[in-house]
Design a binder for this molecule. Sequence first.
Ligand SMILES: [Zn+2]
Length: 380
Amino acid sequence: MESSSPREVHPYDLRLLTAKAVSFRTMVRFEASDRTKLAPQTRKTLLLNLTNLQSFMGLGSNDQDLSDSLEATAQTLEILLGLSIESQQVKRFVDDFRSEARHYKSIRAELESWLDVMREYSLRYLPLASSLSLRILLAAPEWCDPPLEQIISAITHAQEEGRQITLYLRSDALDLDTYFEIPGILSHEFWCHSLSSIQASGQESEQAPWRGCDPEDSWEEGWMDFIQNTILRSPDFPTPPQYHTWLVPQLHKSCHGYEIQRADPANGHQRSRGWSAALHAQRFFHQCFPAYSPDEILIEFSVKINSINSLSGSKRVVVDLFLKHLAYSEQDQSVQTSLNQLVRGRAELYHLISPCFRIDTASRHVTIDVEGLLKIVENS
Ligand SMILES: [Zn+2]
């Protein structure tokens, strides 16, 4: 998906997106704290009322402070629903809405926070990422030519000074599930496409092509989707400060659902195979280094390989080496191999690569020498 020059969302749509975000967060917060699900009809009525009020509110009050508008919405909602539904539950919902509206800044601020925590977290694998300039553009899908149909989509561009992630959101169609998929999509753009081909400042080559995860390559997309999903679900990964604990299960549910759908062979065989290949590699690491976290090793390995800035194709050769020895062919997922072959393949791979895996027993951290790995690949 490509767009020549994406246009930023209109301020009105930005307000609507923010107001919707507050409503969806309130819904999840309310249901988590009340420990009871609202009746489907009540849920629908609440969200419909909120959305209607917010659209109306957004039309004529661009200069009004957003939190004032949200407070006005809460009051109107109280009156409307108080008249129609005599319920303590609804009163508590409005209280939650008020509290959420008071603390939530804007959808743009939320996106920036996600980028900040991801970048901070990436430094443990890729210290060079600290010099990367990274910006996010919240763009209007209806202004693309042709207009984008998806509720949510994104693309990353390599720019001279860094990366720009363009996130397209349809303000009219954004719903609760798609709102909670946003972090997963940002995570994909960040881990798969933003950390590629990074060089220390001053070392940029004139025509340095982009050699990270290729957006045109579904297989790589699948592999890196598995990686970013693992990171997002890691207990170690910090969610941004405005992400309260009651939102996290919904976040994992929505993002994981989105990824599982992407990894479904019905939606692309290559991407599905990339995903399963990463799963195979994770099991291999678990067998080789049983005392260490297979997730950590897989992430370290994948992020490093994804970021290398060496001769085109090297990265693929390293991955192919893994696949060959794990008896997992990209072309043919159902290769028939005996147990003996499988065991021998894994042992050979371990023998080949283990000199490049440095284990610090004190910190229990595994570091991978990717340059060394490339040399081994060249000589094998
Ligand atoms: Zn992608």
